[in-house]
Design a protein around this ligand. Structure first.
Ligand code: FPP
Ligand code: MG
Length: 298
């Protein structure tokens, strides 16, 4: 299945007929191909579904190229990011090329599918903007965080699932809800791993979210649990490069209040919700995808 996908992506890149793009694209590690796997598990393998899977992966890769510029991130998937190796201009242009090729190809699939995917890309962009805006100060609102991760991450997973259901003549609403639930679980786990995993596991520096100003779910819950004077201390650490001792204080407070367990529990509840939806559909491999989403360490 994934062979056909890789061949389709390669074909799209070769059709650009541009050596610079081919060389640069070869520098991007493939990643988990989560969105493509989802599409190809929902829809039978036809030209349209393989194309859709390849398009979504191109759009996803484009969004990460731009995201690494926005986040000033120098590592991606255990390798130097494209912006780190070739500069911001190259990363932005390569993102634009992949994104526009994806949209060109999207036009030759069903109009409704094209609408679902392009709407998700608008949501991605709004979500990325919200992430940047929220990072300017300590965001203590869970509502704003949940809305932002829905837009930034869950929307494209939700759209992939819904669009694949449409191609497969399955119940769009069920698959859309399933995609949203696993997308939310995925980002919450990602945000937990930033705190609990090593940089080797993550393929990028660990504990970088808070330094970048991102107050993810664990920090929001921690803020709620702290005493007034401790809250001031946490706020004074926000958006700064922290010393070992300061990081150790945050970690101790996470432990004291059982924050990480609480967040894992919340992600697992979403994964369970998604699993139950697929139990009703009788789809075992999608139940497994939902479980894998939360049982991962990178
Ligand atoms: C990673 O978040 C970022 C995203 C999932 C979405 C990025 C979206 C855009 C830049 C807008 C859309 C642009 C195009 C060209 C389609 P993160 O920084 O929390 O995760 P990370 O740690 O993996 O970087
Ligand atoms: Mg980023």
């Amino acid at each position: 299945m994934l062979d056909a996908l890789e061949r389709k992506i390669e074909q799209f890149i070769n059709e650009l007929n541009d050596e610079t793009t081919q060389k640069l694209y070869a520098q991007i590690p493939a990643g988990k191909r989560l969105r493509a796997a989802l599409i190809l598990k929902i829809a039978p393998h036809t030209l349209s579904s393989i194309k859709l899977a390849a398009i979504v992966e191109l759009i996803h890769a484009a969004s990460l190229l731009h995201d690494d510029v926005i986040d000033d991130a120098f590592m991606r998937r255990n390798k130097p990011s494209i912006n780190a190796s070739f500069g911001n201009k190259t990363a932005i242009m390569l993102g634009d090329i992949l994104y526009s090729k994806g949209f060109y190809e999207l036009c030759s699939i069903d109009t409704k599918v094209a609408q679902i995917i392009s709407n998700a890309v608008t949501q991605l962009s709004l979500g990325e903007q919200a992430d940047v805006v929220l990072s300017k100060k300590f965001n203590a609102s869970k509502h704003d965080y949940m809305k932002m991760i829905y837009q930034k991450t869950a929307s494209l997973i939700e759209a992939s699932s819904e669009a694949a259901a449409l191609l497969a003549n399955k119940d769009r609403v069920v698959y859309r809800n399933y995609g949203r639930a696993i997308g939310m679980a995925f980002q919450i786990i990602d945000d937990i791993l930033d705190i609990t995993a090593s940089s080797k596991q993550l393929g990028k520096p660990a504990m970088s979210d808070f330094v970048e100003g991102k107050t993810t779910l664990p920090y929001i819950y921690l803020y709620e649990a702290l005493q007034e004077n401790e809250r001031s201390k946490l706020l004074s650490y926000h958006g700064k490069k922290l010393k070992e001792q300061q990081l150790a204080w945050i970690e101790a407070k996470f432990k004291e209040h059982g924050i990480i367990e609480r967040c894992i529990h919340e992600a697992k509840a979403l994964a369970l919700e998604a699993t139950l939806m697929m139990q009703q559909e009788g789809n075992e491999s999608l139940q497994k995808i939902a479980q894998d989403m939360v049982d991962r360490d990178f």
